[in-house]
Write a new protein. Structure first.
Length: 386
């Protein structure tokens, strides 16, 4: 539910009753991963998605029913439903892609005990704070949907109910997933021990968006900034030339920095999700920058240029002392082979390679492959299970 935190926070502030349906587990080919959510308020307004359309109508009805069940003042109960492909009835609610998804539907009414905890989680996520929300996704009906909020300093709010040790163990597990920036599931016993089979917790983590740093204030960079923002990155443009590196030329960027690229990269914050795109194709900038970049634990390093530029750059980087292993990390020339020519087409090519690297894709047309279309990858922090 944290993926639609901004809208849900507004509903909470307005005092609306609503029900949230959250994907807690997937099997086979499924369009959305754990944490994907759909919500319905008391007026029937719907936001979000759990399947890209396959089972939305059925999930909508579950949310409406969950709200109706608590309309008499009693706390509504959470329910867990499974959706898969139905061979017997082509019109039954199911996933035509052949996958299976488990969905937890939780009513959130103004008087519900869980409202304060969920509201605090939504507010924190809306402010961009790192936070984890652990909820009982499978287990005794009395505990289903109970929530525990865990912050980056390890402090917790709320309770999952049951044994006192359950909250302590769940908080520790949720904090570990939060530090890794991952959303996933945790198996625990009802007494808080690590024996599987008793409870399944869905832990949703929200962390600041990953960074994309674009080096080189050129027209291709402007198009890549727009693509990066579309993909959810916090985008920075860096160039040593103040006449080109201006906010007016890059209105879509979160930051525009005037500095020597390698010096800025050495001083700024990066992590394992950071994407570095070097568009300068000038050895004065490229070589010192890539010498630093290829020795950093970032997600992606790519550099623009022709085949000739790449060969010259490779030679210079070898002379600078980079190893074969370090050079193997460089995506150069950057982008997938789309036949791109315009800045916008080139930005699409670069963005496609970044997505393929992140998700473990081949970059081939789907018609030329027989692998699952939707698959988890180790680098995908939002859908990997604990």
């Amino acid at each position: 539910m944290l993926d639609i935190a901004a809208d849900l926070q507004r509903w909470a502030e307005e005092g609306r009753d609503f029900a949230v349906a959250t994907v807690v587990a997937v099997g086979g080919s499924a369009p959305r991963g754990p944490g994907a959510a759909l919500a319905v308020d008391g007026e029937g307004t719907v936001i979000g998605s759990v399947s890209g359309g396959c089972v939305e109508s059925a999930v909508y009805e579950l949310c409406v029913q969950a709200l109706a069940d608590g309309a008499d003042g009693a706390d509504g109960e959470s329910v867990l439903e499974r959706f898969g492909y139905s061979d017997e009835d082509a019109f039954a609610a199911g996933l035509t892609c052949g996958g299976v998804i488990d969905i937890l539907v939780t009513p959130v009414r103004a008087h519900d005990a869980q409202r304060a905890v969920l509201g605090a989680a939504l507010a924190a996520a809306g402010r961009g704070e790192p936070v984890a929300l652990a909820r009982v996704a499978r287990g005794p009906a009395a505990l289903l949907g109970h929530a525990l909020l865990v912050r980056s300093d390890g402090t917790a709010r709320g309770t999952l109910g049951g044994h006192p040790e359950l909250d302590r163990t769940a908080a520790a597990q949720a904090h570990a997933l939060l530090e890794a920036g991952r959303t996933g599931t945790v198996e625990l016993a009802e007494d808080g021990t690590h024996c599987p089979g008793g409870l399944t917790l869905l832990v949703e983590s929200t962390v600041p968006p990953p960074r994309m740093i674009v080096f080189g204030a050129i027209d291709f960079a402007a198009a890549l900034v727009r693509a990066g923002k579309f993909l959810g990155y916090h985008v920075t443009v860096c160039d040593a030339r103040p006449v080109f590196a201006t906010a007016a030329r890059f209105p879509g960027a979160d930051e525009v920095v005037v500095d020597w690229p390698h010096r800025y990269l050495q001083s700024t914050r990066t992590d394992a999700r950071t994407v570095l795109c070097v568009l300068t194709h000038d050895p004065r900038f490229d070589v010192p920058l890539l010498t630093v970049a290829l020795r950093m634990p970032v997600a992606f390093v790519g550099a623009m240029g022709s085949r000739r530029t790449h060969d010259d750059r490779d030679k210079r980087l070898r002379e600078a002392g980079l190893s074969e292993r370090e050079l193997a990390r460089l995506r150069s020339p950057i982008g997938l082979d789309l036949g791109a020519r315009t800045p916008e087409e080139t930005a699409l090519s670069i963005a496609a390679e970044i997505v393929a690297e992140r998700r473990g894709g081949t970059g081939l047309p789907l018609t030329a492959t027989d692998t699952p279309i939707h698959r988890a990858s180790a680098s995908d922090g939002r859908t990997a299970a604990a």
